[in-house]
Design a protein around this ligand. Structure first.
Ligand code: PLP
Length: 295
């Protein structure tokens, strides 16, 4: 990631009545050390984050990303973020993204330093990697056991399955395993055989002309890209649905995508070695929509 900018936030309480938070946002040198050695984010992965896609210096879907940040904070018992303060931090970071083309803004809220001031919060801006190959040629995926059942999130909320926590070591390990198996990415499946999500993206299937995605109560993140694409598809009269999807339904899909804020819509061209046709025209229209600056 080519980092261009970072700022540290002095987090305000969520009911702070101020309207101007510029005095709480401190730019820092992206090439210099910035965190205390006692930081829980680095010691334990104890914190949450968001990655926001940026197009021509416009951060996409800021509202849904901030809502998900607040949701993750609730699940992790972190102090509620002051959304206007974060909005202003994002506006500062936007100015440091590439003037034309794609960037990434990351929001990070950590539990902070043990016995110290809490939480720690910062925002970064970077150039986005080139994702054109995945968007145009598509990706091969393999299904991987996520190691828990569809009812685990309700029985064990301390697993934080619906929160976007900083602990992505498992997600990265799954992508490495997918590559070892000759694929580009993974789709997690519960041990009792239901389809979930990819390690860094949501899954959308087209089955009999309807667009279907796994219901977010199954311990997955509710993707902002999937939400936005569903709203766009519905506006165009398409049918969309959240469902509990058995593994066997993958064979019924005539097209499928992994969608996320930075890679956007990557069409799936093979699942577990079975080829799937790529709908190039529809995928291009998805990415055209996702690359149009929108709030
Ligand atoms: N699911 C997981 C586990 C993710 O990490 C991500 C994004 O990073 C997504 C889904 C897609 O979310 P979004 O569309 O908001 O980027």
């Amino acid at each position: 990631m080519a980092w261009r900018f970072a700022l540290v936030i002095d987090p305000a309480a969520s009911d702070d009545p101020r309207t101007d938070f510029s005095g709480t946002l401190t730019p820092i040198d992206v090439t210099a050390p910035a965190l205390s050695v006692g930081e829980m984010s680095t010691q334990r992965g104890d914190g949450i984050f968001e990655s926001i896609g940026v197009v021509d210096r416009h951060a996409q879907e800021v509202g849904p990303h901030l809502e998900r940040l607040a949701h993750s904070a609730r699940l992790c018992d972190l102090p509620a973020p002051h959304l206007e303060q974060w909005r202003q931090a994002i506006a500062v970071a936007e100015e440091h993204c590439p003037p034309r083309g794609e960037g990434v803004i990351k929001l990070i809220l950590s539990r902070g330093v043990e016995h110290g001031p809490t939480p720690t919060a910062w925002v970064t801006a970077a150039e986005a990697p080139d994702n054109s190959a995945a968007r145009e040629r598509g990706i091969k995926v393999v299904t991987l056991d996520r190691g828990y059942g569809i009812d685990t999130p309700a029985r064990a909320p301390w697993l934080l399955l619906g929160a976007k926590t900083l602990s992505y070591a498992v997600n990265m390990a799954a992508i490495r395993e997918a590559k070892r198996r000759g694929a580009d990415d993974a789709v997690f499946v519960t041990s009792d055989g239901f389809v979930l999500e990819a390690p860094t993206a949501s899954l959308i299937l087209r089955i009999a002309g309807r667009f279907v995605t796994p219901a977010p109560n199954g311990g997955i993140l509710h993707g902002t890209t999937q939400l936005s694409l569903f709203a766009h598809l519905e506006e165009q009269g398409a049918q969309t649905a959240y469902e509990t999807i058995p593994l066997s339904a993958l064979a019924q899909a005539d097209a499928a995508w992994l969608v996320s804020s930075v890679r956007l819509a990557a069409p799936i061209r093979a699942i577990d070695g079975r080829e799937l046709a790529v709908d190039g025209e529809l995928t291009a229209s998805f990415n055209g929509y996702l690359l149009t600056p929108r709030d």
